[in-house]
Design a protein around this ligand. Structure first.
Ligand code: AGP
Length: 607
């Protein structure tokens, strides 16, 4: 939901770095882009609608003078993607420049107020009220920092704001409430950005800006202050383990494909999480009266699979709630004996954050599972599991999904062990099976990628497909369908195979593709019944099966096969891989960019 960058450096022009940083943030939004710099007491700007490469080809974003600048890549909320709605936005005199991520709820009232004072607006955005409010403050003699402080008192909603003005051409002022901003420093250069990969090639030392704080970036350093009482904040630097290489395509045509290939390593790294952290998470779940899993999208599918893992391995059946619906579902019926497990790779999804805040207000404890150190969810949580996927740039989640599953599996096993729900021999067998998953996933990628490309080549013209599974494979089916929908724009529905005959079967006619997730677990024989029902109506059956399952081979038109030796609770991890690859090759076969699916953004920071 919009990528923001601001840089101040001692020597050289900053625009080329801002351009490259925006490229690294493009997964956050890509319908328009803009850069503004300050040089010799004036603002220089280039912006337009379109993807960064297209706008750069047209305008040359590198060709702006100055050592200080800000940039923005947009995911539209208020106002269509257009030149005028692109950020940065300016005051009437073109002296103040602002980029913003978030939504200002009271912008219409503020806009009316400013229009009545004679301000002129160029855009339909909520953001544009900010530079005009700053303009008035500066006219009243305030500094840029005081002006931004005043703005925070006037605007309602969620925001990350980065501002600069020609009166103080040596500083960038930033503040946030509800949307992410991280700060970096290398030598005398200061960086601010929505996410770490923007400045990762320069430094992996970062500082968090928290909600309700303001920071001033200069060549001399960074000053943090609390907005509530103006007190100085001494912010620690956090060294993160991500490397710049991880945020590059590394020879792959797309980040998504690279990230699918990185899954074995991501699982292996996540399986090395400290056992104390896993045990503490298990303890929280064991001590809770009720446990609620909250998540959205792909993370919701990890939660659904996690629910199966917990039921089977620890005898606990957590409630699964869409975070966006939580408040309107529980009606306050949770309390301090309950636990909310918030699963969010970005740690910034507003639906999930708002739901977790609501639960916390009612006294519940919060366990967070996220991939991003210092993200908003970590600051709400009583305990956090940081998954080890490294940076994920592709908008469609793949390796972060895998590590959410690996973490949930470990916590479920720890809970089962601590409560003696299953005996230690079985626990050891399950742990060994979990430990083999990096190799199994690796072998699935090696053996199934060409197959996925070939099957995509056969089926890419089909506009609609069903993905069916039972038990934990329902989550695999949901995720397979979501991936296809997101990046190849097919109509795809993930359904419980049992439920499919209660409606979705009406879609099936001769040649209609139905994808069955069919591991050799206790759902297999009932799933075969569902395959027969679909075949009887002419469906073309694509199955993901355990290797050498000759019966299913016979019933299927196309196959993806997965090695033996996967415990049923973990089948989703290898079985989702061919479906990720299938979606990827469907998208590329249709000429779409899987890294930047239309209308989507990596982290959804609006309600
Ligand atoms: C996944 O491919 C999607 N981009 C989307 O559904 C995503 O999983 C969802 O927005 C939740 O994101 P989070 O894990 O960062 O909270």
């Amino acid at each position: 939901m919009c990528g923001i960058i601001g840089v101040i450096q001692e020597k050289g022009e900053v625009a080329p770095f801002i351009h490259q940083a925006l490229k690294r943030l493009e997964y956050r939004g890509y319908d328009s882009v803009g850069v503004t710099t300050i040089d010799m007491d004036r603002l220089y700007s280039k912006k337009d609608k379109g993807k960064i490469d297209d706008v750069h080809r047209k305008l040359n974003l590198d060709d702006l003078p100055g050592r200080i600048g800000i940039g923005h890549t947009r995911w539209a909320t208020h106002g269509i993607p257009s030149l005028f709605n692109s950020h940065p936005h300016f005051d009437c005199n073109n002296e103040v420049a602002v980029v913003h991520n978030g939504v200002i709820d009271n912008f219409l009232a503020l806009r009316e107020e400013l229009l009545s004072k004679g301000h002129k607006f160029d855009s339909e955005t909520d953001t544009e009220v900010i530079p005009h409010l700053i303009e008035d403050c500066i006219a009243d003699g305030m500094s840029l920092k005081e002006a931004v402080k005043y703005v925070t008192k006037r605007i309602e909603g969620t925001y990350a704001v980065v501002a600069m003005c020609i009166n103080e051409p040596d500083k960038i002022v930033v503040t946030r409430d509800g949307n992410p901003l991280v700060i970096g420093r290398k030598g005398s250069t200061s960086y601010v950005s929505s996410d770490i990969p923007a400045f990762l090639p320069m430094t992996n030392n970062m500082m968090l800006l928290l909600d309700g704080e303001i920071a001033t970036l200069t060549l001399d350093g960074i000053e943090f202050e609390k907005l509530s009482d103006g007190s100085q904040v001494n912010r620690k630097t956090i060294k993160i383990s991500w490397t710049a290489d991880q945020a590059q395509k590394g020879g792959f045509p797309h980040f998504m494909l690279k990230e699918i290939h990185e899954q074995p390593e991501a699982i292996a790294n996540t399986l090395r999480l400290p056992q104390e952290a896993i045990d503490k998470a298990a303890e929280l779940i064991l001590n809770a009266d009720k446990t609620y899993f909250l998540a959205m999208g792909t993370s919701g599918h990890a939660a659904l699979a996690g629910r199966h893992m917990f039921a089977s391995l620890s005898g606990i059946l957590p409630s699964l709630e869409l975070a966006s619906e939580f408040q309107d579902t529980v009606y306050g019926a949770i309390n301090d004996t309950d636990l909310v497990v918030a699963i969010t790779q970005s740690g910034e999804t507003t639906d999930t954050i708002v739901a977790a805040k609501y639960a916390k207000k009612l006294g519940s404890k919060i366990l967070a599972i996220t991939n991003v150190v210092g993200s908003s969810i970590t600051r709400l949580a009583d305990h956090t599991i940081i998954t080890q996927a490294g940076p994920e740039i592709g908008v469609a989640a793949t390796k972060t999904f895998m590590v959410q599953l690996a973490s949930l599996a470990q916590i479920a096993l720890a809970a089962g062990h601590r409560s003696s729900f299953i005996d230690s021999e079985i626990i050891s067998r399950k742990r060994e099976s979990l430990g083999r998953l990096p190799d199994i996933v690796s072998s699935v990628i090696a053996t199934q990628e060409a197959n996925a490309r070939r099957i995509a080549g056969e089926y890419y013209m089909h506009p609609s497909m069903l993905f069916l599974g039972r038990g934990i494979s329902m989550a695999t089916a949901y995720e397979g369908a979501l991936k296809l929908k997101e990046i190849a724009y097919n109509h795809a529905e993930g359904y419980s195979a049992g439920e499919s005959k209660h409606g979705p079967i009406a879609l099936v006619e001769d040649g209609y593709p139905v994808i069955f997730v069919a591991p050799n677990d206790n759902t297999r024989s009932r799933l075969i019944g569902n395959i027969m029902e679909m075949k009887a109506r002419g469906a073309s059956i694509i199955s993901v099966i355990e290797e050498e399952d000759t019966e299913l081979e016979f019933l299927s038109n196309e196959l993806f096969s997965i090695p033996h030796g996967v415990e049923p609770e973990f089948s989703i991890m290898p079985y989702i891989v061919p479906l990720q690859l299938f979606s990827y090759y469907m998208a590329t076969r249709k000429g779409y960019d899987p890294d930047k699916p239309r209308n989507l953004a990596k982290s959804v920071t609006v309600l």
